[in-house]
Design a protein around this ligand. Sequence first.
Ligand SMILES: NC(=O)c1ccc[n+]([C@@H]2O[C@H](COP(=O)([O-])OP(=O)(O)OC[C@H]3O[C@@H](n4cnc5c(N)ncnc54)[C@H](O)[C@@H]3O)[C@@H](O)[C@H]2O)c1
Ligand SMILES: [Fe+2]
Length: 389
Amino acid sequence: MNPVYHFQTVKHVVHGAHSLAQLPEKLALLDTPVRRVAFITQPVMEETGVAARVVAALEAKDIEVLIVRDVQPEPTIENVETVFRGQIEPFKPDAVLSIGGGSVLDAAKLFAVRLTNDQPLREWLGIDLIKAPGVPLILVPTTAGTGSEVTPNAIVTLPDEELKVGIVSRHLLPQLVILDATLTLDLPRPITAATGMDAFIHALESYISTKANPISDMFAMESMRLIGANLVEAYENGHSLKAREAMMLGSMYGGLALTAAGTAAVHALAYPLGGMFNITHGVANSMLLPHVMAFNLDAIVGRLATVAHALNIAQHDDSEQAAADKFLARLREWTAALAIPQDLREFGVSETHLDALSVAAAKVKRLLGNNPKALSLDDIKSIYARLLP
Ligand SMILES: NC(=O)c1ccc[n+]([C@@H]2O[C@H](COP(=O)([O-])OP(=O)(O)OC[C@H]3O[C@@H](n4cnc5c(N)ncnc54)[C@H](O)[C@@H]3O)[C@@H](O)[C@H]2O)c1
Ligand SMILES: [Fe+2]
């Protein structure tokens, strides 16, 4: 465990069912007054009427709002830059608001700093390369989720390199987060499954990360407890506010855990599946999870046993090995219960792609370095091969 660690997080978190209704008055919490808001969202928030309600409430406070709906799912770096230059920059907002999944939250984070830093996004790929803080940023997640609302990360796709890459900076942290689980009640089943698994993986990978520390452990453990007890319920009974609330909190805790400790090989191997085959982030991660954890098992038996006990999967007299095995079995059960695909062929992947995928994954050193066990190129390839049964 690292003896010295550093943790920084967002300024304000407002949490509770229907808390989005308090957005106009909560703007007073921001460092500077708000008159013009760029509002980055996804079509579904307009279809459900959420976006219109927010716009009306802000306009009633004499705030001018520009709705931006052109950020693509899992956006490319060009898409983010084009929307910035075409829509955000000319509007000159003094704050950025995003309500949606991780794709638009990440783009909004970049817009907020792009307004105060005249550098193309490509210069920021990596860690701590953004010079100045952005305009005030307000994030409202509607998946549960990426935890992006509390992480200093924004992920963009680089199509020419067939990879997804992270931009990491403390300047990407928002000033205000609103967690309103009622926004997730109609999240479709496949998205509930994939984004819920992604949230669990943030917590689990942080818990077994080489950078794990007391702060990340606390958030990771609570995240896994909440998600472990509610993911299947949220999937099967989407309108259960209790399950959706637990998933929303669990997702935020997962984001806090990964901020403190970092994700690892599951995320590293998922990036090329997104970059080369457009497999969505949550689906790629959930497909890989059982196989990466089976590979990691001998290095983390004790930690997985602790998780198994916390999730009430193991008996108190189980050996560490037996408890860890039960946890891995539970991951496979979730994969089946949540209808997570288990064959990469469905996405156009074949044996001929294994080398290119493995070489690309091996480049994600930022995350592979957090994995409790080193992965050779052959190890990576054999994990992908398990998804070509
Ligand atoms: N910044 C971070 O720390 C971090 C962490 C993990 C993932 N990510 C990134 O986040 C992106 C993925 O985000 P995501 O998994 O939230 O998915 P997403 O934002 O791509 O959304 C997936 C789909 O769900 C729909 N949707 C969103 N909310 C909905 C709702 N309440 N009801 C119905 N439909 C809804 C969207 O319109 C979209 O079609 C990826 O680019 C990934 O790399 C970022
Ligand atoms: Fe993730």
